[in-house]
Design a protein around this ligand. Structure first.
Ligand code: SAH
Length: 369
């Protein structure tokens, strides 16, 4: 007898879960019940679902499972940042980070094992690309984060209020699974993350941005990192395919589709001598005209295989001032969790590289103006 693979309920959206119960000849409200057990009460064992009959629980266990990621390492930073390393099927591992800040808890989630985009300043890219994460593997990260707060009442306290798709991988190159996972995050019977507090970050996969509004109304961040195509082509190679103007036009299209007035976040990693000069800031002020946005400056976080360095505090503030004078709300991302290697671009996991890309680094002087 061949063994039929069990369906993992962790990654199912409400409509897919309702379909699953319909296929079993059950009522749709079962979907809400099971989603609450799994996502709000952290239950992965059908036998604990007390409002579901024994017969149905047995049936569920026969055809489905709630398979959560295996945490192989957990660390809490001195500033409260939590980091998990989770082992995925196939042997690679991914990293997830939770950054608490007052009443807010921001979870940084990965969408792929490794990344194919090979941005010159990102350590994830240096590991090459292995595979897409399933919707269950993406949701599994928020499940683990919430579950780590064992002592709370999940119906009152929400350790995760915000989610940013800014971990490993390019979310728009894993479109269907990421859309399903975001859908579950926003579901009131799961994590109730609001559309304003769920941010998809992309390096600029233009065709996917163009169709995005058919699937979600979450917030969006663009990893821009350069004010002109010549420089961006080198830092973010996907720019060679989808240049800045096309990217910003697609972004505007998405923002216009939203029912509220929302701004995009423009992420700009500042690298000393590469993209941090006053003329870059002035050019950025011009290029962003007509795009409703705020700018988030990320001082480059060094990692071993990179020659880049982070600009001085003065250079960062000088850059920020030019943007502020140009009319943009501009924040500097504080480095959180760097004592546990949980800062941006330090999320590397351990990728079994399938692409075998040889490391490519752009020498610093090439960009120095
Ligand atoms: N692929 C998506 C999601 C990853 S987001 C995207 O590019 O938006 C990760 C963010 O951290 C991106 O803005 C990325 O450019 C930034 N980042 C990557 N490496 C970094 C580093 N070494 N220092 C600072 N920021 C970095």
């Amino acid at each position: 007898m061949s063994t039929v693979e069990k369906i993992n309920l962790l990654g199912l959206t409400r409509s897919k879960m309702e379909q699953f119960f319909a296929d079993l000849g059950e009522k749709p409200f079962r979907a809400k019940q099971v989603m609450q057990w799994v996502h709000q009460f952290g239950v992965s064992d059908f036998d604990l679902m007390t409002n579901i009959s024994k017969t149905l629980r047995t049936k569920l266990a026969e055809v489905s499972e709630i398979k959560v990621p295996e945490v192989i390492y957990q660390d809490i930073s001195s500033d409260g940042t939590r980091k998990w390393v989770m082992k995925m099927d196939g042997g690679s591992s991914i990293e997830t980070v939770l950054i608490p800040d007052g009443n807010r808890g921001t979870l940084c989630i990965s969408s792929q094992i490794g990344c194919a985009l090979d941005c010159s300043f990102c350590s994830t890219g240096k590991q090459g690309f292995n595979r897409n994460l399933s919707a269950a593997e993406i949701i599994g990260q928020i499940w683990v984060a919430v579950k780590s707060f064992e002592d709370i009442d999940p119906t009152k306290d929400r350790p995760v209020t915000n989610v940013v798709m800014m971990g490993m991988g390019e979310p728009l190159l894993n479109f269907d699974n990421v859309m399903d996972a975001m859908n579950v995050m926003m579901d009131d019977f799961a994590y109730s993350i609001s559309k304003r507090r769920l941010t998809l970050s992309t390096a600029g996969v233009v065709p996917a941005i163009k169709k995005l509004s058919q699937f979600t109304d979450a917030s969006i961040a663009i990893s821009l990192h350069a004010p002109n195509d010549e420089l961006r082509d080198q830092l973010v190679p996907v720019n060679q395919k989808y240049p800045i103007r096309e990217l910003l036009d697609a972004l505007n299209g998405y923002l216009e589709s939203l029912s509220d007035k929302r701004k995009a976040t423009i992420e700009y990693t500042l690298i000393a001598g590469v993209n941090d000069q006053p003329e870059h800031a002035r050019e950025l002020v011009e290029v962003l005209k007509g795009v409703p946005c705020k700018v988030n400056l990320i001082p480059f976080n060094p990692f071993p295989q990179s020659d880049y360095t982070k600009p001085s505090g003065n250079a960062i503030h000088r850059f920020q001032n030019i943007l502020v004078e140009g009319g943009y709300v501009t924040t500097i991302r504080s480095t959180r969790g760097d004592d546990i290697d949980a800062a941006c671009g330090q999320l590397v996991g351990k990728v079994e590289d399938r692409t075998r890309r040889s490391a490519k680094y752009i020498p610093l002087k090439q960009h120095t103006s």
